[in-house]
Design a protein around this ligand. Sequence first.
Ligand SMILES: *Cc1c(COP(=O)(O)O)cnc(C)c1O
Length: 401
Amino acid sequence: MNDSSDKEGATPPQHSDTRLVTAGRDPASYYGFVNPPVYHASTVLYPSAEDFLAHRARYQYGRRGTPTTEALEGALAELEGPQCAGVSLLPSGLAAISAALLSVVKSGDHVLITDSAYGPTRNFCEQILKRLGVETSFYDPLIGAGIAGQFRANTRAVYLESPGSLSFEMQDVAAIANVAHDKSALVLMDNTWATPLYFRPLDHGVDLAIQAGTKYIGGHSDVMLGTVSANAATVTGLKTTVRLTGLCEGPDDVYLGLRGLRTLSVRLDRHFKSGIAVARWLEQRPEVLRLLHPALPSHPGHAIWKRDFTGASGLFSMVLKPVPQKAYYAFLDTLKLFGIGASWGGYESLAIPFDCTPARTATRWAPGGPTVRFHIGLEAIEDLIADLERGFAALAAAARG
Ligand SMILES: *Cc1c(COP(=O)(O)O)cnc(C)c1O
């Protein structure tokens, strides 16, 4: 539903910035109000016993969808592009990952998961999928077309996350998808980092594109939301799995997702520019070994990023030159504008310590020094840099003893 299509002679808007404003809107249905109402709903009343028994209703039950959920699903489907055949909303990003995986596997199958995947994705495969008789093996995110060598007769799906959200390896999505499709396997991708504004997975051969809407779609650190976008090959399986498992998202969080979506482009543009500026500044610091930011020319995945992505979000990592642990912690604990906490994609900056070692089986994590992941928020760059300068001063003081 697109309100501008009602106006005679209007051409459908093409640019994603315009679609962010128009998608999933239908003011004519809501007395002209710009935004759809938040339907808090379980019961839907039917006009007759016969209608009830025949499920004859536009909306049947709260769990099965409301005008609010349809507005967000419709808007996301438009952003994902022409290959998108349907979107499901889930109560968290992790629920979106588990629902997407469950929608494609059966007992006896094998799945290939990138070694750089978000940790809880790995846990879901190793614990829940394993219990259901689905085997998981992990592959090097940089494998590209070499993924062919990892396939078994029962390999059903390949799962990507690009870039990895701590370690930032860029994957060759099209090369991996080509091999997978040759071998009749499906391709899933966690696209939380780029959002469909900067990378549209379904255009590059991905069958199921997943997002933690908790991050940039929500954008304000106040919502838990997951989304899965399916192409024609996977949409029925996805919708059936979501329906049969009873997974659904609360109406207020759906509304916050829809509200966040309207400003996604301006926010991401700022995260992109500020993120690059801060990363460039950090890259020049004597305390820093290297930056893990795909939009920097120094990044090993830069060519893939440039080929496939139209922007970068505000999330990247930094490797410090080796320092005593107390100096590493002093840097983080001194920062005032950078909070220490999980998640990202909100308006505020974050900086966390991390170590990928325990979550690697196919590759070895050896960055060469202590690592920090930054999320660059919407604060002024000069204030963020001043804060980081204080952090480096504290690091130096602690290192001296
Ligand atoms: C946060 C995150 C998730 C999980 O999202 P939740 O909404 O916290 O469950 C999944 N993938 C990536 C890359 C994430 O950063």
